[in-house]
Design a protein around this ligand. Structure first.
Ligand code: PSV
Ligand code: MN
Ligand code: MN
Length: 389
C-alpha cells in the first residue's frame, strides 16, 4: 500500500461528523409536518437513534442538542445516557425564534425586555454546556426586518454586539461561540447576520473563541462557498459546518445530495487549509431535516456523502496541482482536481470501515439490523418529538 493511500485512510478514520438531534424527530415544511411511525418521543430516544448511526458508520460519535427542543430536567444525566451508548453530547443550539415575544427579533429586538429574555436563554444554553461538557454554543438568529425603515439597521447591530459580548464573557475556558449566518428568511428585507462578513466582524471583536459557522444551505445561488471556507480557515475563524443541501432555499436536504461537486470543492479547501487537523477546531456537523425520507438511513447516507467528498479531496494530487498552477497550466490544474473528483472512493471507504471492524456497507447493515421495525413496534403512545417539541 502506498504512503498516500495510508495517509488518506488515516485521515478518513480520524474525521467525525456530528449529527443533529432534530434530524431524528418529525419535521416538515411550513405547509405540513409529516408524522413518521417510530420517531423518537424524547431526547433519549433521539440518542438511541443517533447511536445506530454511530454503530454503523463509526464516525458520528457526537449529537447536537437544540434547546428547548431537547429540554430535560438533568443534562448531566442525559450526557451519561449518551456515554452509555457510545456517544457524547455535542454542540448546543439555541432557539430564539419560536416565541411570540420574538416577532420583531430576539437579541436585536427594539425592546430591552425582549432582548433580556433572549440573552437569558443564551446564558441558560451555556449552563447546559457546563452540564453536558459541550464545547460549542451555536447561535443562529432569525432576527431581521421585513420593510425598509422598520427598525434602525445600525442600532440592531449594536444590540447584537452587546448580546454576543455578554454571552461570550460567560463562556468557560475551552468553550466556544459559533455564529451562524443566513442571508434571508424569516426576515426578508434585512437579516441581522446575513453573511460571513458580518459574522466574522462580530467574532473578531469578541475574541479568539468566537468563530463563524458555515451552513451550506444559507447562501444565495451561485455563491462560491469554498472561497468563504478558504478565507475563514486562513483567518483561523472557521468554527465549523452545518452541512445540508439546497436546491432553492434553506432546504435542509441530505448533504451531498444536490451538489456533490460543491461539497468536494468545499472539502478540498478544508484539506488544503489544514482544516481536518484536530488543532484547526473545525466542527463537521449536519443540519438537516428528513421530511419525506426515512430519517436514520438519511443521516447515515449524509455522513457517507461527507466521507466520500472528504476522500476525494484527500486524493487530490497536491504536488501535481501546485506544479500545474505554477506553470499557468489552466487545463492541467483543473484536470488534477477533476481526476480526484471522478475517482470512485466507495471501495476505499469500504476498506476503511472493514479495518475499523465495521460493515463495509452501513446502509445495508442498518437495514439488516431490524432497528427500523423495532422502533415502530416499541414507540407507541406518547408524543413524537419534532419541531418545537
Ligand atoms: C434555520 O435556518 C436553521 O436551519 C439554522 O440553520 C440553524 O442552524 C437550525 O435552524 C437549527 O436552529
Ligand atoms: Mn444551520
Ligand atoms: Mn438553516
Amino acid at each position: 500500500m502506498t504512503d498516500v493511500r495510508q495517509a488518506v485512510k488515516a485521515a478518513l478514520k480520524a474525521q467525525t461528523v456530528e449529527t443533529p438531534s432534530w434530524a431524528y424527530g418529525d419535521s416538515g415544511t411550513r405547509f405540513k409536518v409529516f408524522a413518521q411511525p417510530g420517531v423518537p418521543r424524547t431526547p433519549r430516544e433521539k440518542l438511541d437513534d443517533a447511536a445506530k448511526v454511530q454503530e454503523f458508520t463509526g464516525v458520528a460519535p457526537t449529537v447536537a442538542l437544540h434547546i428547548p427542543w431537547d429540554r430535560v430536567e438533568d443534562y448531566a444525566a442525559l450526557a451519561a445516557y449518551a456515554r452509555e451508548r457510545g456517544l457524547r453530547l455535542g454542540t448546543v443550539n439555541s432557539n430564539t425564534f419560536q416565541d411570540d415575544d420574538y416577532r420583531l427579533g430576539s437579541v436585536c429586538h427594539p425592546d430591552a425586555k425582549v432582548r433580556r429574555k433572549a440573552v437569558d436563554h443564551l446564558l441558560a444554553c451555556v449552563d447546559v454546556m457546563d452540564a453536558t461538557g459541550s464545547r460549542d454554543l451555536k447561535l443562529w438568529f432569525a432576527d431581521g426586518t421585513n420593510y425598509p425603515g422598520q427598525d434602525d439597521v445600525r442600532a440592531r447591530q449594536d444590540r447584537l454586539a452587546d448580546a454576543l459580548r455578554e454571552v461570550y464573557d460567560r463562556l468557560g475556558g475551552a468553550q466556544r461561540m459559533l455564529l451562524e449566518y443566513k442571508f434571508f428568511e424569516p426576515a426578508f428585507y434585512a437579516t441581522d447576520v446575513p453573511d460571513w462578513g458580518t459574522a466574522y466582524a462580530h467574532c473578531l471583536k469578541l475574541g479568539p473563541r468566537a468563530r463563524v459557522v458555515v451552513d451550506t444551505g444559507h447562501h444565495a445561488p451561485g455563491t462560491n462557498i469554498e472561497f468563504i471556507v478558504a478565507t475563514l480557515l486562513r483567518e483561523g475563524r472557521l468554527g465549523g459546518f452545518d452541512f445540508n443541501s439546497r436546491f432553492y432555499a434553506d432546504d435542509d436536504l441530505m448533504a451531498g445530495a444536490a451538489d456533490p461537486f460543491q461539497l468536494f470543492r468545499i472539502m478540498y479547501e478544508v484539506v488544503r487549509g489544514g482544516g481536518l487537523e484536530p488543532a484547526a477546531g473545525v466542527a463537521f456537523m449536519l443540519d438537516q431535516c428528513h421530511n419525506v425520507e426515512a430519517k436514520i438511513p438519511a443521516v447515515i447516507r449524509s455522513v457517507m456523502n461527507v466521507q466520500e467528498a472528504t476522500a476525494k479531496a484527500l486524493l487530490v494530487d497536491r504536488g501535481a496541482l501546485a506544479a500545474a498552477q505554477r506553470d499557468g497550466d489552466v487545463l492541467g490544474a483543473n484536470a488534477v482536481l477533476m481526476d480526484a473528483y471522478a475517482t470512485d472512493v466507495r471501495p476505499l471507504l469500504a476498506e476503511v470501515r472493514e479495518e475499523c471492524g465495521l460493515d463495509p456497507d452501513p446502509l445495508a447493515a442498518y437495514a439488516r439490523s431490524g432497528w427500523a421495525r423495532r422502533i415502530v413496534e416499541e414507540r407507541v403512545g406518547g408524543t413524537p418529538a419534532g419541531w418545537g417539541a
